[in-house]
Design a protein around this ligand. Structure first.
Ligand code: HEC
Length: 106
């Protein structure tokens, strides 16, 4: 009985570890859903005829631009719009998004 409980606990711990390591990319993917309308399913569009093609940006450029929209150090004529898109997100969300968007590169 005792051993069974131990084994069950062990597999639970293992399952939790596997789950939490995969949430990193899953989170980026689920947050990105609200970006698709403007930037395209794989970041291929010039959003509203204004943005860069984000699929072509590096992870560093993505992080810098998105954090920059939030702190007012980055952006062009439509930066207020992008600031609004990102305002509910944390720094961690943004770095997960950046990692996810770089998976669009061919
Ligand atoms: C309503 C349309 C719209 C939505 C939704 C939107 N964006 Fe944007 N995005 C734009 C526009 C327009 C720009 C260019 C803004 C500017 O003038 O700096 C832009 C710029 C960007 C840039 C920087 C590229 C550049 O042009 O310098 C990144 C990165 C980005 N968006 C990511 C995202 C992510 C991630 C989301 C979802 C959380 C998102 N956007 C949602 C329209 C949108």
């Amino acid at each position: 009985m005792k051993t069974t409980l131990k084994t069950t606990l062990k597999s639970l711990v293992l399952a939790t570890a596997i789950l939490s390591s995969s949430t990193l990319l899953a989170d980026g993917a689920s947050i990105y859903k609200k970006c698709i309308g403007c930037h395209g399913v794989v970041g291929e569009k010039v959003a509203l005829g204004k943005s860069l093609v984000i699929a072509e940006m590096s992870e560093d450029e993505l992080n810098k631009s998105m954090n920059g929209y939030l702190d007012g150090t980055y952006g062009a004529s439509m930066k207020a719009l992008m600031k609004a898109q990102l305002s509910a997100l944390s720094k961690d969300d943004i770095s997960e998004l950046s990692t996810y968007i770089t998976t669009f590169k061919k």
